[in-house]
Every structure is written in C-alpha cells, then in structure tokens.
Design a protein around this ligand. Structure first.
Ligand code: ZN
Length: 199
C-alpha cells in the first residue's frame, strides 16, 4: 500500500473492510471524504453511528426497527394470518417492492449452515415459534433463499412447524422472467418443472 498520512491510511483501511470494496475503491472513497466539507463528513459519520445507536430489532418479528414494533407489525392493515419467513431484513425490501404481499414477516437473521457452525440456536427460531404462538397466523411462507443453506433451513422449519397445523408454503423457484430455458441450469429447470402450476 502506498504511503498515506496516518488518518487517511486508517480511513482507507476501514473502507476496505466493507463488502465489495478493494484498495482502489477505498482510496477513491477516502479521498472523496478528504475533499468533502466538514459538514458532509460529519453527516456521513453520524449516519453510520445512528444505524448502530438508533436501530434495534422488532420484539415480534426481529425485523430492524426504530421502535419496539417494526412498521409491519404496527400496521393493522397487514394480514396477521400470513407470516413470511426470510433470512435477512433486506429480503423484506425485495418482497415489498413486488407489492404482492400484504402479510407479516419473521426475520431469521441467517440460514442453517452446519459447516460454518450455524445451527438453529444461532437463528431466530425460538422467536418464530413465539411469534406464531401469540399471533393469529394460519399460513407460514418459507421464503429463505434458494441456496443449499436456504433450502436446508426451509426443510428444517417445515418439520419443526408441522405439529402446529399451519399451512406451510415455500416460495416458488424456477426460470427467471425474460430468461431462455436453454440457459437455465438443470437444478433451476428441475425446480421449475416440479413447481409448475395450472393456468
Ligand atoms: Zn415486526
């Protein structure tokens, strides 16, 4: 690494710890901050701190929230009979942009990954059971990611929740819109065939 003045080198090191940021991007960002006004730099620093200080987890669904209940749990127009289980809070953003879903959520904060030592106790599984027991939920949508870990998590939850007598559904997986079947890998295509529905 070239010789930078110590405070600049430190900022570059911090930026490099962010996902997707290499040495060059880190330098570019650090020099941007150096050139920015003190006000702008302060806004950036304060925004970073606020994310840590002012946000917590919703006491019901574990989504990120500024107050005890997140905006979905507070919203009485959202259907309490359906709970959509996702791995991470940002997955909610994706589902919300579809405007297709009007139910509640539960955030697991991860997925099962035995190789990384992540078992059910590291996820918000007990909290999910508590949420289901204290709510009017009739359907649970398992919307974990279509990865090995996400599939394992969905399977685990399906077994765990079976005795609750709820309707358990898994989000459909298949070929992406605008894609060509020729280019879909065989696992995706097999899923798409298995998950076909009548039209
Ligand atoms: Zn919530």
């Amino acid at each position: 690494m070239p010789d930078f003045a110590e405070p600049l080198a430190r900022l570059i090191t911090e930026f490099k710890r962010l996902p997707g940021i290499g040495q060059k991007s880190a330098q570019r960002l650090a020099f941007h901050v150096l050139r920015a006004s003190r006000d702008d730099a302060e806004h950036l620093a304060q925004a970073v701190l606020d994310v840590k200080d002012k946000l917590g987890l919703c006491s019901v669904c574990n989504n990120i929230s500024e107050s005890d209940l997140c905006l979905f749990c507070r919203d009485s127009t959202r259907d309490p009979k359906v709970v959509c289980v996702v791995e991470e809070p940002h997955n909610i953003v994706g589902i919300e942009t579809t405007r297709e879903y009007q139910g509640r959520y539960h955030v697991l904060h991860g997925a099962l990954s035995p190789l990384d030592g992540i078992g059910p106790d590291r996820l918000k599984v007990q909290e999910l059971l508590a949420q289901l027991q204290s709510s009017a939920a009739e359907e649970v949508i398992l919307a974990t990611n279509p990865t090995v870990e996400g599939e394992a998590t969905a399977l685990y939850l399906a077994r765990l929740l079976k005795p609750f007598g709820l309707k358990l559904t898994r989000i459909a997986q298949g070929v992406p819109m605008g894609g060509d079947l020729e280019y879909a890998d065989h696992v995706t295509l097999a899923r798409a065939m298995a998950g076909r529905r009548e039209i």
